[in-house]
Design a protein around this ligand. Structure first.
Ligand code: SAH
Length: 375
């Protein structure tokens, strides 16, 4: 039988700085001790109390008895030809999530997951086909960064391999608000990974009330997954649009900018052949962006996955869509597709989801029917 003390041990990766100070207070320790340990965890990527040489022996023993530093377990990891790296991290039971590192000449971006699966059912995203199991704990979110940083030899505040984090992996981060905010505060904290606010980006499918709440809770950058500039099409692609239509979403974005005048919002727009890539779609998008002159558009060529009914737009169509926006003075970037040889590109993250919805089964059934049809 496992001793009771083991069962009740807490994972220090679940605490932000404030939480860690409170935990140390409960142990009868001074707050600065919490900060000392925090540095060991996030600057030195140390998970063994024994190696924390400036922490006294008695405190180390106390910590051993009451807590642990528990990053997620790597089940599988793989590098792509272009330097992109993917980790499959095991959670409870048979659940697993993915994190992806994308190196570029002047920065290194880590794409982090917030949930096991996703409940939003965006039609062009492979995570949606797996259904949903649960929210990730703070330790499981910041733990993705801890594992990647350790693997990459990241040195906080000095030789950083991870310069940016995007909450663009599996899941809708605003539906796991508290844990995501705590994890992002560890990414930002000087005693954590020490990243500036513009280098930590939360991406949302558009949960209007939570966008307002986020703007009051923490300083990070915001990305909004738009994908269509008219309600009929957007509702088809992103069913959440039915609940929070484009006009309400744009109002929330304007409130965000009003609260944070020096920041910008990035609108993500995945280009799908014949679906949302025509000149009239660009015109609709231009009209929408007029209300938010400081904002940017990030065009993402659709990344295919087995069973999808969508296709990537042709390169010349993508180029003319971008040109149309640029000619209207909208700052428009084209996201290069990275890591697609290891299924690590946007919308290709799958992990393993013990689905609590019926979505995975329904998707499998449709795949089988399609295959039978084709035979
Ligand atoms: N739920 C959040 C974060 C995850 S999605 C959100 O919706 O923003 C990360 C980005 O990848 C989103 O912009 C999403 O729309 C995009 N994406 C999803 N599936 C894709 C696919 N198959 N090809 C290209 N981009 C995709």
């Amino acid at each position: 039988m496992t001793p009771v003390s083991q069962v009740e041990k807490v994972n220090l990766l679940d605490f932000d700085r404030q939480g860690l100070r409170e935990f140390f207070a409960q142990l009868g320790e001074k707050p600065y001790r919490a900060e000392q340990v925090m540095k060991w965890i996030y600057h030195h990527l140390e998970d063994n109390f024994e190696n924390m040489t400036d922490v006294g022996k008695a405190l180390r023993a106390k910590l051993e008895a009451s807590c642990y530093i528990g990053p997620p377990k790597t089940m599988f990891e793989k590098g792509a030809a272009d330097g992109t790296h993917k980790w499959l991290l095991g959670m409870d039971g048979g659940n697993a999530i993915e994190a992806v590192y994308i190196p570029e000449p002047t920065r290194g971006t880590l794409c982090v997951s917030s949930q096991v699966g996703c409940g939003l059912n965006c039609q062009f995203c492979s995570t949606a086909t797996q259904g949903f199991n649960r929210n990730l704990a703070t330790s499981e979110i910041i733990g993705q960064m801890w594992v990647a940083a350790k693997y990459l030899g990241n040195v906080t505040h000095q030789n950083r391999r991870i310069t940016n984090v995007v909450m663009m992996g599996m899941g809708e981060p605003l539906l796991n608000f508290d844990n995501v905010v705590k994890a992002m505060s560890l990414m930002r904290d000087d005693l954590g990974f020490g990243l500036a606010s513009k280098r930590v980006t939360l991406s949302t499918a558009g949960l209007v009330p939570m966008i307002d709440k986020l703007s009051e809770s923490i300083d990070v950058s915001l990305a909004v997954s738009l994908h269509a500039a008219n309600d009929e099409l957007r509702t088809e692609l992103v069913p959440l649009n039915k609940r929070y239509p484009i006009a309400e979403l744009m109002d929330a974005c304007q409130r965000w900018i009003a609260r944070k005048p020096r920041t910008s919002i990035t609108f993500e727009y995945t280009l799908m052949k014949g679906v949302n890539d025509q000149p009239e779609h660009a015109r609709q998008l231009i009209k929408l962006m007029r209300r938010l002159p400081t904002c940017k558009v990030n065009l993402i060529p659709f990344n295919p996955f087995p069973g999808t009914r969508f296709e990537r737009s042709e390169p010349d169509v993508i180029r003319s869509f971008q040109t149309q926006l640029l000619n209207a003075n909208i700052l428009t970037m084209l996201r290069r597709t990275r890591g697609d040889d290891i299924d690590a590109a946007c919308g290709q993250l799958k992990g393993q989801v013990l689905d609590r919805t019926r979505r995975q089964a329904e998707f499998r059934k449709r795949l089988d029917e399609d295959a039978a049809h084709a035979a």
